[in-house]
Write a protein that binds this ligand. Structure first.
Ligand code: NAD
Length: 260
């Protein structure tokens, strides 16, 4: 077990990628905090994990709220005796051309992806530094942390921004044994992506099948979606890595879309 008794605070983990990371980390012995806007789904996911013998709690939190994030991290640390791993993963997607993007939607996107990452990082670092047993901070970036696509201006902007935050946390956290990384997945067929397929088809004037084949998976080597399992395995690599060798780095996990 690579994460025996480590406490993992995972945002947006009542669904999709975050949920799979929670399942894999629980299998590796971690104590899991399912931190999600959807409290009922967070509780249900925690109950699923507990049914397998894992230790888990569900916490309702909006990652854009300073007070809610601080309270959720305190609740988690009190329940499990600290925080060892943060997966800052909660996210949404809103697609429009730049010239049609409302300022309200721009701010909403940056609040969830960037404010949420900052607030959860700050709250968890306080515990990691005070505990003196190091830690791992992992941001859910995207291929859009490195590359742009049409219609996704705030998403691309925010996902690029996470790389800067990660590098800073890697430098500041080193003396406390805290590492930081970004995972940059290609398209993963979660509810977030299912919602985009008809939206992009409408905006681009093409069929849903064409969106999948010619937009989302066009640049992959195998025409395959990245899976939640692909991403969770990389999260485990970063969270369990024994030295600082990989800190500050981001890794694209995309079946060949955007090779570095
Ligand atoms: P998802 O929609 O399946 O899950 C997102 C979760 O985040 C949901 O449970 C939702 O309730 C929660 N959430 C949304 N807003 C929140 C908030 N303000 N506070 C707390 N929780 C909130 O999506 P997913 O595809 O699993 O995406 C997870 C992360 O992975 C996102 O950051 C996304 O940008 C990133 N990502 C996804 C893909 C993909 O193709 N699915 C690719 C690259 C990166």
């Amino acid at each position: 077990m690579q994460l025996k008794d480590k406490v993992a605070f995972i945002t947006g983990s009542a669904s999709g990628i975050g949920k799979e990371i929670a399942i894999v980390f629980a299998q590796e012995g971690a104590k899991i905090v399912i931190a999600d806007l959807n409290k009922a789904a967070a509780d249900a996911t925690a109950a699923e994990l507990k049914a397998t013998g894992a230790e888990a709690i569900g916490v309702g939190v909006d990652v854009t709220s300073e007070d809610q994030v601080n309270a959720a991290v305190e609740e988690a640390a009190a329940a499990f005796g600290g925080i060892d791993i943060l997966i800052s993963n909660a996210g949404i997607q809103i697609v429009h051309p730049v010239d049609e993007f409302s300022f309200a939607d721009w701010k909403k996107m940056l609040a969830i992806h960037l404010d949420g990452a900052f607030l959860t990082t700050r709250a968890c670092l306080k515990h990691m530094y005070a505990q003196g047993r190091g830690g791992s901070v992992i941001y859910m970036g995207s291929v859009h942390s490195k590359e742009a696509s049409m219609l996704k201006a705030p998403y691309v902007t925010a996902k690029h921004g996470l790389i800067g935050l990660c590098k800073t946390v890697a430098k500041e956290g080193a003396k406390h044994g805290v590492r930081a990384n970004v995972i940059c997945p290609g398209f993963v067929r979660t509810p977030l992506v299912e919602k985009q397929i008809p939206e992009q088809a409408k905006t681009l004037g093409i069929t849903e099948e064409e969106v999948v084949k010619n937009v989302m998976l066009k640049e992959t080597v195998d025409g395959e979606f990245t899976t939640t399992d692909d991403v969770a395995r990389v999260a485990l690599l970063f969270a369990g890595f024994p030295t600082n060798a990989l800190t500050g780095q981001s890794l694209v996990v995309s079946h060949g879309w955007f090779m570095q």
